[in-house]
Design a protein around this ligand. Structure first.
Ligand SMILES: C[S@@+](CC[C@H](N)C(=O)[O-])C[C@H]1O[C@@H](n2cnc3c(N)ncnc32)[C@H](O)[C@@H]1O
Length: 222
């Protein structure tokens, strides 16, 4: 029997607060980094107004009608883990990944921001794109999520290789991106060479695009 987890935004937002505070510390830029009101009912609004691609994808997942309950999800280049944490709060089983150097901080965020009953649903694991992909079963995930991971041209080939390894015919890839440089278009071109790619959302106020990619020519509506 499928377990139903009902997690409205206030619950999610309370968990996000800790992530955001740590995010500021992680960026090492305390004077200019955005600050969020603590213990404030306006936190949701304040958070949603931030221009981070991860926040845009979190909101899309929450209000976009995508049912993540009991789905198998992997997040690439998780950084703070915000997106993976939200996916877990929305009921998914999530493998939250990044490079080795990011894992200690990522693990502490995941521990601090998930209620104990949901922690077994989130696993933090090293995944450097293109490396040791055998540690991840091919095609095992329903969703592959990435926020702001298209920015280093030298990683494009490995990132694409990783997506191809992880993706089955049914897997849905969702990437939220701010297109900053011409080279970012290059990655999208590479992605289109291997997957069917559709822009499913654009937030003009934050200049963040969400792309959905799937193998073959599938085009599900969402
Ligand atoms: C701009 S940050 C985005 C972090 C997070 N997704 C977010 O939106 O806040 C890019 C992330 O990609 C990760 N990353 C960069 N190159 C990588 C690689 N070759 N393999 C795995 N992760 C990588 C970085 O460690 C970092 O966490």
């Amino acid at each position: 029997m499928r377990q139903t987890v009902v997690l409205p935004w206030p619950t999610t937002t309370n968990q996000l607060q800790g992530v955001q505070q740590k995010l500021l510390v992680a960026e090492g830029n305390h004077s200019t980094a955005p600050r969020f009101p603590c213990h404030s009912p306006t936190l949701t609004r304040a958070l949603l107004e931030q221009p981070f691609p991860a926040v845009v994808l979190c909101a899309y997942l929450e209000i976009g009608g995508i049912d993540l309950r009991d789905r198998s999800v992997i997040e690439l280049g998780a950084g703070t883990g915000l997106l993976g944490i939200v996916a877990t709060l929305l009921g998914a089983h999530v493998t939250i990944t990044d490079r080795a150097a990011a894992l200690e901080f990522l693990e502490s965020n995941v521990q601090a921001n998930l209620p104990s009953e949901l922690r077994p649903r989130a696993v933090v694991k090293e995944l450097t794109w293109g490396k040791d992909l055998g540690n991840f079963p091919p095609g095992a995930f329903d969703f592959i999520l990435g926020a702001d991971i298209v920015y280093l041209e030298e990683t494009f080939a490995e990132l694409l290789q990783t997506l191809e390894h992880l993706c089955s015919e049914q897997t849905v890839i969702l990437l939220s991106c701010r297109i900053r440089y011409e080279r970012d278009h290059k990655f999208l071109k590479m992605l289109r060479g291997r997957f069917s790619v559709y822009e499913v959302h654009y937030d003009p106020s934050k200049d963040v695009h969400i792309y959905k990619a799937q193998r073959g020519s599938r085009k599900d509506d969402f």
